[in-house]
Write a protein that binds this ligand. Structure first.
Ligand code: CTP
Length: 410
């Protein structure tokens, strides 16, 4: 799909680089038109490098190609972010004083504005009237987010997060296209809970038993679910990577905390994905004070007790309540002389009773913390394994697509 991304002259222009990335990674061809004022915040080179297309903000560049006519006509969607008070005013008045506003007048497809400005400017009667005019004409103007603004001030006026603008753009195009098309959002209206990262089981206030999970796969799954239009809850144990913007983030430390969060979140989730590496055992005693080296105890012994199996409990809970829900487990397996990885995985699938099992073959130099991975996805019957390989983002997209198909079939 051809997208024109108009960038206004506001500090939030830097966040639009991430929005551009979301569009290009989803396979769309994006032409960026920055306003002259925006060049003071983010330079043309950034937009050219990230979009892979030449960037101009001048109606007199490439006059032979009549850029504004071509870009305006060919755009399947125009997104303007950040939409400043000035840009909203010029668009509402129908001015054509730069390449972006000229292109907006040529557009026949859907147009989305994501405003960002100080609260006083957003709430000013002039801006409110301009927004109302644009909305009357069928232009979508998002409400700005409420929060910290450029300086010490905070209130309504923050640019919505790139993922939210991206999701709103998908919704806009899909609503026009009857819910299908290049921006299809198979998980629109669905709630997806994903656990990610590794739990930490405390021994004392400074020490814990942990594991090598980086959280990358869970975060990639959360991003893929967001892209598919879902409301995403991310239950994050320890992760080496940040949570994607746009998720509802619930942070936990221990397996017991993760269990409580997962069981509560599952109550109204259409999908639960247990990508977290949950400790199977925790120390029986966690000392309130730092454990000291004791001269009379040469080899201290840590007694471990079993943690509950959260995945198993989720499946039981679903059966007990009769709710319709897809539950996805992960398995980290190493084969041995008795059985290969898939045999162990099929046995685990049986034991846990989930709908899908994503199987990783693990080893010291495999999977943990790496960006590339290969998984085998088994469905409830374990019969026809699907292999997905590539970046964790590619694998996440494959898993989310299988989940979407299963949801559509139920
Ligand atoms: N899991 C869980 N609760 C636990 C342990 C694991 O919910 N206490 C979930 C993980 O999030 C994952 C799946 O169970 O989705 C498989 O975890 P894995 O560690 O591979 O299997 P285990 O059940 O622990 O079995 P084993 O260690 O014997 O292979």
């Amino acid at each position: 799909m051809n997208i024109v991304l108009g960038v206004g002259g506001g500090i939030a222009a830097y966040k639009v680089a991430s929005l551009l990335r979301l569009f290009t990674e989803a396979g769309h061809d994006v032409h960026v038109i920055p306003t002259p004022a925006s060049a003071g915040f983010v330079g043309m080179a950034t937009w050219e490098a990230l979009s892979g297309n030449a960037v101009s903000n001048n109606v007199f560049d490439d006059v032979d190609k009549v850029m504004h006519v071509r870009l305006g006509h060919e755009a399947d969607l125009i997104v303007v972010a950040p939409a400043t008070a000035d840009l909203l005013a010029r668009a509402a008045a129908g001015l054509a004083d730069d390449l972006l506003t000229t292109t907006l007048l040529m557009a026949r497809g859907p147009v989305l504005f994501a405003p960002a400005m100080h609260s006083e400017m957003w709430q000013h009667a002039a801006t409110a009237a301009n927004v109302a005019t644009l909305r009357r004409r069928g232009v979508t103007v998002l409400e700005p987010a409420v929060g910290r603004l450029t300086g010490a001030d905070s209130g309504p006026g923050r640019l919505p997060e790139p993922e939210q603008i991206f999701a709103a753009a998908l919704e806009l195009v899909n609503s026009g296209a009857g819910g299908s098309g290049p921006f299809a959002m198979p998980l629109a209206g669905r709630t997806v809970t994903i656990s990610a990262g590794g739990t930490r089981e405390p021994l004392d206030p400074v020490r814990f038993l942990g594991n090598r999970s980086s959280g990358k796969q869970g975060v990639a799954l959360a991003a893929a679910a967001l892209h598919a239009g879902a409301n995403v809850r991310l239950i994050a144990a320890h992760m080496d990577v940040p949570a994607p913007a746009g998720v509802e983030l619930i942070t936990v430390q221990t397996a017991l905390e993760l269990r409580a969060a997962a069981l509560a979140a599952a109550e109204d989730s259409d999908v639960v994905v247990m990508a977290a590496a949950v400790a199977d055992f925790r120390p029986l005693h966690s000392s309130a004070n730092k454990i000291k080296k004791q001269d009379d105890v040469a080899d201290p012994v840590i007694t471990l007790v079993r943690n509950p199996d959260v995945l198993l409990e989720l499946v039981r809970d679903r059966t007990r309540t009769g709710r319709r829900q897809i539950i996805v487990g992960f398995a980290a397996e190493t084969g041995d002389e008795q059985s290969d990885v898939l045999d162990y995985a099929r046995a685990k699938l049986q034991r846990k009773g989930c709908d899908l099992l994503v199987v990783n073959q693990v080893g010291v130099d495999k999977v943990f913390g790496l960006d590339q991975t290969e998984v085998v996805i088994l469905d409830r019957h374990g019969a026809e394994p699907i292999t997905a390989a590539g970046s964790k983002t590619d694998v996440a997209a494959a898993v989310i697509s299988i989940i979407s198909d299963q949801l559509a079939a139920t």
